[in-house]
Design a protein. Sequence first.
Length: 52
Amino acid sequence: MSNENWTDKDKADFLYQFLKMVYSRPTTTDFLMWGFWDGRHWQGQAPLFDED
């Protein structure tokens, strides 16, 4: 999701489809995501939330 060519909508659509696929498995019980806030992320344009 750190591809600078992706729009925010592209990222949102991808994450929606990815999580839908992951949680469609009955054995999935949770999901861990590191670096969801821009203020503490090691890559630019990757997190879910901007620093501001």
